[in-house]
Design a protein around this ligand. Structure first.
Ligand code: NDP
Length: 450
């Protein structure tokens, strides 16, 4: 018998907090998984003896580096870049890059930890990582963004590779940034390989990668509702965010007969009771993606009500899709949603609901799909972009649409397998945590102590 057998959840969390002081987002993400996994492995000595959870919660390595670049006025700017390589037990490291002023080590560690379980859930051979910088692309010229990306890759390139670590986009890193990053990688290495995903279609990008996260989130919502004998058709839906995930989630809700009545950005949210239909969505995508404008302009354009500095969770609707950022649904927001009759929540963003809010949703038997399951469609198509790059082919869009649908359906099934409770309610948080854990844990056990 090993000492680890006697460690309970509180002792485990206390140890984690001692070793990672001040990293509150990381503590939150680990706790959410550990609470379910401790329960599941209670009678499974092999996982205790191999100290699996403790090892997954200690990143394989964290790379932190200076990123110097020159702005359009000739001023030297200094940012901090990171890559957190959490775990590569089931495949090369894989996870996005985030450029946002809020980026710090705690946030990237939480994201890399989550990514490990999410990638496992997809059934594809991908480990977990995340990276980024405290750089804000908003308000920067294209040339400034290019110089930043080139400087960032000048350090990152030595830590990544198509069989080592394959970064992708995330908040603040879209097609433009991926293009600049890939161009610099190619220049530095003189190689053309699938080292990044989310690339332009002209140079190795996969069909439907842009749409995949938002679409996948709505597939998860659809499957949860179906499991409970319901449908998206005719339902009103709150969406937060107006970036990549949010806009394609809106598109898929529309195509399945639902009506999205809110969208937001970091300045506030709009409430459009008429619904963000195809025409309004095209305006929104152009506004946010091409013109990099503010959501307030949408309100002016369509006579919708704009709520500065507020989130949409006080508006009454049937379902909610948080698609902006972490911790955007507080416990009070969750209680408001429940009181207003919200029946289902699928997390398009990573960890958008605070722990206490998740607890309240589950207690109220709201159907709740956590991000590691609900938004796994994006990384799944990224995994398939890697396969296409390795084979130097491009699959047809219809094939990929079907694969995305199938993968999300499989994730839903695995969540039901491990999350269904005696009264038929599915605890998707528990289901996703356990299903994601098992594959990684079994690989780690097979490797011995490494
Ligand atoms: P984008 O940069 O395209 O869009 C982010 C959106 O969220 C913008 O509308 C942005 O507003 C808003 N936002 C960002 N930070 C905040 C904040 N602190 N408060 C309020 N609103 C905020 O990012 P994505 O759509 O790609 O990502 C959104 C979420 O989905 C993130 O949690 C990301 O990790 C997650 N995700 C993304 C995947 C993908 O494929 N893109 C895959 C899996 C998860 P503004 O314009 O004002 O900045």
């Amino acid at each position: 018998m090993t000492a680890s057998k006697h460690v309970d959840l509180d002792q485990f969390m206390n140890g984690l907090k001692r070793r990672n002081p001040g990293e509150t987002e990381f503590h939150q993400a680990v706790y959410e998984v550990a609470a379910n996994v401790f329960d599941y492995i209670a009678d499974k000595a092999v996982y205790h003896e191999a100290q699996i959870l403790r090892r997954i919660a200690e990143p394989d390595r964290i790379i932190s580096f200076r990123v110097c670049w020159q702005d359009d006025n000739g001023m030297i700017r200094v940012n901090r870049g990171y890559r957190v390589q959490n775990n590569n037990s089931i495949g090369p490291y894989k996870g996005g890059l985030r450029f946002h002023p809020s980026v710090n080590q705690s946030i990237l560690k939480f994201l890399a930890f989550e990514q490990t379980f999410k990638n496992s859930l997809t059934g594809l051979p991908m480990g977990g990582a995340k990276g980024g910088a405290d750089f804000n692309p908003r308000g920067k010229s294209d040339n400034e963004v290019m110089r930043f990306c080139q400087s960032f890759m000048t350090e990152l390139y030595r830590h990544v590779g198509e069989d080592i670590d394959i970064p992708a986009g995330d908040i603040g890193v879209g097609a433009r940034e991926i293009g600049y990053l890939f161009g610099q990688w190619k220049r530095l290495t003189n190689r053309f390989t699938g080292v990044l995903t989310g690339k332009g279609r002209e140079y190795g990008g996969s069909p439907i990668r842009t749409e995949a996260t938002g679409y996948g989130t709505v597939y998860m919502l659809h499957d949860m509702l179906k499991q409970a004998g319901q449908d998206i058709e005719g339902k009103t839906c709150l969406v937060s965010g107006s970036g990549n995930v949010a806009t394609y989630a809106i598109q898929k809700v529309n195509s399945l007969g639902g009506k999205v009545i809110t969208a937001s950005d970091s300045g506030g949210f709009v409430h459009d009771p008429e619904g963000i239909d195809e025409e309004r969505l095209a305006y929104l995508i152009d506004l946010k993606t091409n013109r990099r404008g503010r959501i307030e302009e949408y309100a002016k354009q369509y006579g919708a009500k704009y709520y500065p500095k507020e989130r949409p969770w006080g508006i009454t609707a049937d379902v909610a899709l948080p698609c902006a950022t972490q911790n955007e649904i507080s416990q009070a927001d969750a209680r408001t949603l429940i009181a207003n009759g919200c029946q289902a929540v699928a997390e398009g963003a990573n960890m958008p609901t605070e722990q206490e809010g998740i607890h309240d949703f589950i207690e109220a038997k709201v159907l709740f799909a956590p991000s590691k399951a609900a938004n796994a469609g994006g990384v799944a198509i990224s995994g398939l972009e890697m396969s296409q790059n390795s084979a130097r082919i491009t699959w047809k869009e219809e094939e990929l649409q079907k694969l995305l649908r199938d993968i999300m359906g499989d994730i839903h099934e695995r969540c039901v397998q491990y999350g269904q409770t005696h009264d038929g309610y599915v605890d998707y948080v528990r289901g996703a945590n356990i299903a994601g854990f098992i594959k990684v844990a079994d690989a780690m056990v097979a490797y011995g102590v490494v």
